[in-house]
Structures are given as structure tokens and as C-alpha cells.
Design a protein around this ligand. Structure first.
Ligand code: TYM
Length: 330
């Protein structure tokens, strides 16, 4: 069976982008693979060095992971800092990670632009920590959205380099677990790029959003004056609405509005109304589950403890073997 690992930073509520990029198909996936899901709380320090409510954020991420359909009895769900072996593997990988290749990573360059006052070493070595997360369980597949593609490429580089340097065939070269043909990028509602928690709040739809809020956000989504020529290409904001619709609506619905667009008969108000309704229906069971689980602190604590133990079993074994491969005293 393949080993699958998925991760998320606890820096805000989970949105539809996270869901479709990393969480969709969980229910099925966890029965067909050995699955690890973790909350990247170490990583969050690269951008939020003095977090206000780290444990509250971690709990919220855990609740939303569970609400999205992870069964903690089947899969292992844990918090990154509960597996400190990750930090040891990160140290070993950093010894063979080069400044030049780390500086070339797009997310590093973006973050360095966004927080010029805090270009810390953790930010530079973000891809090594992420590789440690993945390699600590010797994972084969990693469900990620398009934005994480380059990080995964780096993980393969580090895995290959380790195997070559120490003349072993120890780490698999993990690939993206893409559910369709391509890695997914769920757009935001502001007409621009991907849905993200750090942008304008109204651009992201969170799994915990109430129906009224979803309606409000969708109705405000950026559109244009409408096509004037039949079968014309869709500008970004419109293509974005269609992308969202393809994710949550039935193929018939998408086709209906596509035809309207192509015939220059589209009314964006109608399309948005339908899209909002479909998002509300799609997220309804998750929303309900989030409410239920948020109130059950004992259960959440139990899940964390269970995950910690299971993750440790796998992680400690890897670090033990790595130490031996490199040549440390067993
Ligand atoms: P993070 O917390 O930014 O996002 C978590 C997951 O959600 C996906 N995602 C999206 N997918 C499609 N469309 C979007 N608009 C969208 N926005 C976010 C991301 O691709 C990701 O899969 N570096 C990671 C956390 C991490 C990790 C790992 C992930 C740390 N170690 C090891 C996998 C394996 C991150 O910042 O994800």
C-alpha cells in the first residue's frame, strides 16, 4: 500500500481551495492507502513568529480536517510539533540543501517580498522542513494544490540526493496525489489568482462560513459587462467563477451557464445565485460537523494523543534508520 501524507498550516480557517487541493477524496483515500494528515504548526512560525493563539488555531485546523471526513481510527492525524523527530530529519536534510537552490524557490521570493523585515532562515529552509514532513514517513504520495508543486519537486531532489550520497535506496521520490489530470488551483472571488487565507477576506470561502456569508461573498464576486461576441474566451474573473462552479456544481449546471455565456445571454446574477446555492449545499455536511466537533474538546484531545503516538511509531523508526545510514552511534 502507498503511504500518503497531507499537511496544512494552522494560520486561519480552511477554505475551499484547501479542501479541493488537499482534502477532497479523503474519505475514500484513507481506506486505500496508509494515510497521515498533519498540521504544520512549526511552519507557521516562518510567517507568524509570535502566534497569538497557536493551540486554538491548531485545534481549529484539526476540527476542520476531521469534519472534511478523516477518520482518526483509520488514518493518522497529528500535530507536527508532536513529532519532534521531524526537526531532526530537517537538520540532516539541511546539511545537504544548498543556499542557491533554496533562494530560487518561488514561494521564498514571494515571502521575502511580502515580509522584508523578517526574511528568516526558516523561510529560506521552508522546503527542507516540508521535505522532512514528507520523508519522515517515507511517503509516496502527497495531495497538494498547484501552489505546492515546486516544493514537492524539491522534496524529490532531497530524497534523491540523500540516496545517492549515502548509497542507499531508502527514500521514495514522492509524487503529487492529483485527483484528476492536473493539480488543482481554486481561484478567489476577487477576480485575481488563487483562493488564499491571507488575501482580502471576501475572496475566500471558508468551510465554516454560514450560508448567508457564502451568499454575500459570491454575490460580490468580480465580473465584467458580459460577452459581446459569441463563443469569446472568458476573461480571468469569469473563468474563475466557472472553475468554482466546476468544483461544486453538477456538470449539467456548468454546461447550462457555459452555453448562456457562449450565446451572450449570460446573467451573472443568476449564475452567482446558483453557484452560492451549490457551494452552500456542498459544504453543508462539513459545516455541521465543524460545529459539532468544536464543542467536543475531550474528543479532540483524544484524537491528538492517538495521532501523536501513531506518528511517533513511524517517525522514530525513520530517524533511527537515518542515523544508522549516516553513521551515528545507534
Ligand atoms: P497551505 O496551508 O497553504 O495549504 C494547504 C493545502 O491546500 C492547498 N491549497 C490550494 N489548492 C488549490 N487551490 C487553492 N486556492 C489552494 N490554496 C491552498 C495547498 O496546495 C496545500 O496542499 N506548505 C504547505 C503546508 C505543508 C505541507 C507539508 C503540505 C507543510 N509541510 C508537507 C504537504 C506536505 C502549505 O503552506 O499549505
Amino acid at each position: 500500500m502507498d503511504i500518503v501524507l497531507s499537511g496544512i498550516r494552522p494560520t486561519g480557517n480552511l477554505h475551499l481551495g484547501n479542501y479541493f487541493g488537499a482534502l477532497r477524496n479523503f474519505k475514500k483515500m484513507q481506506h486505500e492507502n496508509i494515510c497521515y494528515f498533519f498540521i504544520a504548526d512549526y511552519h507557521s512560525l516562518t510567517t507568524h513568529p509570535t502566534p497569538k493563539d497557536l493551540q486554538g488555531n491548531v485545534k481549529q485546523a484539526l476540527v476542520e480536517y476531521l469534519a472534511a471526513g478523516i477518520d482518526p481510527e483509520v488514518a493518522t492525524i497529528y500535530v507536527q510539533s508532536d513529532l519532534p523527530e521531524t526537526a531532526e530529519l530537517y537538520l540532516f536534510l539541511n546539511m545537504n540543501a544548498y543556499k542557491g537552490e533554496l533562494e530560487r524557490v518561488t514561494t521564498f521570493k514571494d515571502k521575502a517580498r511580502q515580509q522584508p523585515e523578517n526574511i528568516n532562515a526558516g523561510l529560506l529552509t521552508y522546503p527542507t522542513l516540508m521535505a522532512a514532513d514528507i520523508l519522515i514517513h517515507r511517503s509516496h504520495k502527497v495531495p497538494v494544490g498547484k501552489d505546492q508543486e515546486q516544493h514537492l519537486e524539491m522534496t524529490r531532489t532531497f530524497a534523491r540526493r540523500f540516496n545517492r550520497l549515502y548509497k542507499v535506496d531508502y527514500f521514495p521520490e514522492p509524487v503529487a496525489y492529483n485527483f484528476g489530470q492536473e493539480l488543482i488551483k481554486i481561484p478567489g472571488l476577487d477576480g485575481g489568482g488563487k483562493m488564499s487565507k491571507s488575501d482580502d477576506e471576501n475572496s475566500a470561502i471558508f468551510l465554516a462560513d454560514e450560508p448567508k456569508m457564502i451568499q454575500k461573498k459570491v454575490m460580490r464576486a468580480v465580473t465584467d459587462a458580459g460577452p459581446t461576441e459569441k463563443n469569446s474566451p472568458k476573461p480571468d474573473p469569469i473563468e474563475n467563477l466557472f472553475s468554482l462552479m466546476r468544483a461544486v456544481s453538477s456538470p449539467d449546471t456548468v454546461e447550462y451557464f457555459d452555453e448562456k455565456y457562449n450565446n451572450c445571454e449570460i446573467r451573472y446574477g443568476d449564475m452567482k445565485k446558483q453557484l452560492a446555492e451549490d457551494i452552500i449545499n456542498y459544504t453543508e455536511p462539513i459545516r455541521e460537523k465543524i460545529k459539532e466537533l468544536s464543542a467536543d474538546d475531550d474528543y479532540i484531545r483524544k484524537v491528538m494523543d492517538m495521532g501523536k503516538e501513531k506518528a511517533h511509531e513511524s517517525g522514530a523508526k525513520t530517524v533511527r534508520e537515518i542515523r544508522e545510514i549516516i553513521g551515528f552511534r545507534p
